[in-house]
Write a protein that binds this ligand. Structure first.
Ligand code: SF4
Ligand code: SF4
Length: 475
């Protein structure tokens, strides 16, 4: 090359290109702009792998590629919709730990839910045993509604070891776990018998009159309680405790018509089932909000669904307001009332398994507390331990940050049972090391795993608050 030749000088070539550029037509990298989907979020991933190291399933299952692949990588690969969703998406338990671990706010669980929904609707064989089993598990609320009509018979049948073996052989539902018992009276039956909202309003007014409005500033205190399936059909004591604690603080409680929050449906990719449930829930809860209520839930997976999954996946009218006005029950009281102060003025007598007894004082009742993954996701993981710190007669020890391993329906699948127990081993070990004989958690399926792994009874924080704050009420 001579000194006068300059590679950066295009010379005559520039002129030719200028002529061509007048006729330039942009290349359609992503095809038609109408269908272009830039998948917002995937480009925020800078591949740090923090999500992978926080994924409990990836830790025990070598075949599971982890959240980074399930989320941003798969979304990038699918930009042009010419690839199928990888079937490993069905192994994600939807614990959502990756969501809270990501430093770049990549919407991982939204990506997983969307991919799982697409996999199930377009790629999964609808007559396969796996699909039928997952559909049954995802629609636990429907089964529970039928089973709870004849609770004794259902409990007898589902507790039979032959039925459990058949469930495993025919459907792939593990026979290692005890099927949860149905209550003889559902929460909603109790609520109706008790007089519904009118009775609640009266009780709330009495509580306000008794306390002279000292801590109560608002004229109207109203909450809509989302009890979910499990408190309704299996543990109505949790629902009753929630109602009584809120009434004690002067709240009129509404219990709107409702369906499953959709949590087990999201986890199994049954997005159409989830959409139908969500539509009812949003309509009813939005109406309660219009009526001056905030929404409370006693199950952290239900509050998670209303707050995060609904606005990520659906756009019914009212979805955003339901998401913005939903709280976990104790979280709501801490925000709006002096709950810590009320507990500091109270004391409880609890027996070694954490239920209330009269006239015995044998030191603090100790609880081994497990924070559900979905509580972590909402930033309320340490709340129950902090609350009991204020209360004379009870205390709680946090058994650590690990996942319980059951993740709703994940641990009920026969092929996932061993992985579920391996994930939960750390929590179970810490529960056994803690100076406690009773478990404490806000999530009903974490409670199942805690009971299954240790044999302990497990209570809900609302039940302990009821023991501490509500005077010997039976109705
Ligand atoms: S944690 Fe977030 S940024 Fe890091 S690899 Fe996972 S998705 Fe990407
Ligand atoms: S939701 Fe849980 S199981 Fe699924 S990829 Fe994220 S961390 Fe792993």
């Amino acid at each position: 090359m001579s000194e006068t030749e300059d590679v950066n000088d295009p010379g005559d070539v520039r002129e030719e290109e200028t002529v061509e550029s007048d006729e330039f037509e942009p290349v359609q990298v992503f095809g038609d702009s109408e269908s272009m989907d830039l998948r917002p979020g995937s480009d925020d991933c800078y591949k740090c792998s923090t999500c992978d190291t926080n994924c409990p399933v990836a830790e025990v299952d070598d075949e599971f590629p982890g959240p980074k692949f399930q989320g941003p990588e798969q979304w990038r690969l699918k930009r042009k919709d010419d690839r199928e969703v990888d079937d490993s998406i069905t192994s994600c338990s939807n614990c959502m730990r990756c969501d809270s671990a990501c430093p770049s706010d990549v919407p991982l669980s939204q990506m997983h839910n969307t991919a799982r929904g697409e996999f199930v609707s377009e790629q999964m064989e609808k007559l396969s045993r796996e699909y039928v089993r997952n559909r049954i598990l995802a629609n636990y609320g429907t089964l529970a509604r039928l089973g709870s009509k004849v609770p004794r018979l259902t409990n007898f049948v589902m507790g039979n070891s032959l039925v459990q073996t058949l469930n495993e052989k025919l459907l792939g539902i593990t026979s290692e776990r005890e099927f949860p018992e149905f209550a003889e009276e559902t929460f909603r039956e109790w609520w109706e018998k008790r007089g519904g909202t009118a009775a609640s309003k009266e009780r709330a007014q009495e509580a306000r009159a008794q306390r002279g409005g000292a801590k109560i500033e608002r004229d109207e205190k109203r909450v809509a309680y989302f009890h979910g399936c499990y408190s309704n059909y299996n543990t109505p004591a949790v629902g009753k405790a929630t109602v009584r604690v809120f009434e004690r603080f002067g709240y009129e409680v509404l219990v709107p018509p409702q369906q499953c929050s959709g949590t087990p449906m999201f986890a199994n990719g049954m997005l159409e089932d989830a959409r139908r449930s969500a539509e009812t829930n949003v309509r009813e809860l939005a109406a309660a909000i219009e009526d001056g209520a905030d929404v409370i839930a006693s199950c952290t997976s239900c509050s998670m669904a209303l707050r995060q999954e609904y606005p990520e996946l659906f756009d019914f009218e009212g979805t955003a307001s339901v998401a913005a006005r939903t709280y976990e029950a104790a979280e709501y009281l801490r925000l709006h009332e002096d709950l810590d102060g009320a507990l500091a003025d109270a004391e409880v007598d609890l027996d070694p398994v954490g239920t209330e007894v009269e006239g015995e004082e044998d030191g603090d009742a100790e609880f081994a507390y497990h924070a559900p993954c979905h509580a972590r996701n909402q930033g309320i993981a340490g709340q129950a331990v902090e609350l009991l710190d204020h209360l004379d007669g009870a205390s709680a020890e946090d058994v650590g940050p690990s996942c319980s391993g059951i993740s709703g329906t994940y641990g009920w699948k026969a092929e996932k049972y061993d992985a579920s127990m391996e994930i939960g081993a750390e929590m179970i070990e810490h529960m056994e090391e803690a100076d406690a004989e009773t478990g404490l958690t806000e999530c009903p399926t974490c409670a199942m795993q805690m009971e299954h792994g240790t044999g302990y009874d497990v209570r809900h924080p609302m039940e302990v608050l009821e023991d501490a704050l509500v005077d010997g009420e039976s109705a």
